[in-house]
Design a protein around this ligand. Structure first.
Ligand code: GDP
Length: 365
């Protein structure tokens, strides 16, 4: 399963946020593929489309799709030089597909800030610098190796060196690798380096409980927004403390508490949706009387591989998929009506599944 890693300096609210995530708790029986690990929290992806589909199909149950958040504690200044958990910490980041960077935007005299004052931009830069330094190491090593290989006359290595030099220049200017424009081919050449600053990032701006209703009024949040805008990154304001309280509630109580706070939906839901988007994921649906269910694929996945997410047999024996777009189905009001309008398509092995497709797979066993 795809994973987003939660990083940030000590005392910014990571554990509080992570506790809210595990409290909110996904029904783990539905997600047998997920990791069982105290540092991993499975979250269900809120998706209003599931409820609309259920109104049409009346299934026995609704199952949202899920992904994983990994709590990556222990990053301190100097990590790239082995301080704190150092390299171990960086290795954990290497394994995730996207980064949720928690920054402290709340004031609280009782809670020490590692560098003495609340300054989210300086915090962001501290962490980013560690990631950049770690990448400089990886890139330098790889350039040396590719230079040697180049002498064999293989063009591939010459191109690799050229690409790496451009990334190196960005890194030396304190810019992340993702700021360098790369062709698909170049991305492929350097993919196995798993550069930390290549991973997509979003900033979770942790505000105090008194500010949740008007987080944008917090000047630190504005600063983080300006910083993120330059990088093309998203910002999700959230109060980790409030989220940990919300996560303990259910149903009516939860709705009432949110209303009291002046919120439409929990910050955690907004964060989950933003992280899902950041991971570059699409959702397709299956809609039967047993269950209406959401499934996750990467953008660009073809029908047989999308079927494999449900069961590997579906891919092996794949014959065809019956597909209707979510909007078409909702617009027509029922599967039969959609069929009559010719909106139900038969697609083959080369079909690239679209976000919102409602799929039924035909396969041989
Ligand atoms: P971590 O080191 O980044 O994992 O930070 P923690 O989640 O352990 O939080 C550090 C301290 O800050 C704890 O005492 C939390 O209760 C507190 N804290 C976290 N979020 C908030 C917040 O939104 N408001 C206030 N006042 N305190 C918070």
């Amino acid at each position: 399963a795809l994973k987003a890693g939660i990083v940030g300096l000590p005392n910014v609210g990571k554990s509080t946020l992570f506790n809210a995530i595990t409290q909110a708790g996904a029904e783990s029986a539905n997600y047998p593929f997920c990791t069982i690990d105290p540092n991993v929290g499975v979250v269900e992806v809120p998706d209003e489309r599931l409820d609309r589909l259920a109104e049409i199909v009346n299934p026995n149950r609704i199952v949202p799709t899920a992904f994983e958040f990994v709590d990556i504690a222990g990053l301190v200044k100097g990590a790239s030089k082995g301080e704190g958990l150092g390299n171990k910490f960086l290795a954990h980041i290497r394994e995730v597909d996207a980064i949720v960077h928690v920054v402290r935007c709340f004031q609280d005299e009782n809670i020490t800030h590692v560098s003495g004052t609340v300054d989210p931009i300086s915090d962001i830069e501290t962490i980013n610098l560690e990631l950049i330094l770690a990448d400089v190491d990886s890139v330098d090593k790889r350039i040396d190796r590719s230079r040697k290989n180049m002498k064999g006359g293989d063009k591939k290595y010459a191109q690799e060196v050229e690409t790496l030099e451009r990334i190196k220049e960005a890194l030396y200017n304190d810019k992340p690798a993702r700021s360098v424009e790369l062709s698909d081919e170049e991305k492929l050449l350097i993919r196995d380096l798993h550069l930390l600053t290549m991973k997509p990032v979003l900033y979770a701006a942790n505000v105090s409980e008194s500010e949740v209703a008007d987080a944008e009024g917090n000047p630190y949040v504005q600063k983080v927004r300006e910083y993120a805008a330059q990088e093309g990154a998203e910002v999700v304001p959230i109060s980790a403390k409030v989220e940990s309280e919300i996560a303990e509630l259910e149903g009516e109580d939860k709705a009432m508490f949110l209303e009291e706070l002046g919120l439409q939906e929990s910050g955690l839901n907004r964060l989950i949706k933003a992280a899902y988007k950041l991971l570059g994921l699409y959702t397709y649906f299956t809609a039967g009387v047993q269950e209406v269910r959401a499934w996750t694929i990467r953008m660009g996945t073809k029908a047989p591989q999308a079927a494999a997410v449900i069961h590997t047999d579906f891919e092996r024996g794949f014959i065809r998929a019956e597909v209707v777009g979510y909007e078409d189905l909702i617009g027509s009001g029922s599967m039969n009506a959609a069929k009559e309008k010719g909106q139900l398509r038969l697609e083959g092995k080369e079909y690239v599944v679209q976000d919102g497709d409602v799929m039924h797979f035909r396969f041989n066993v």
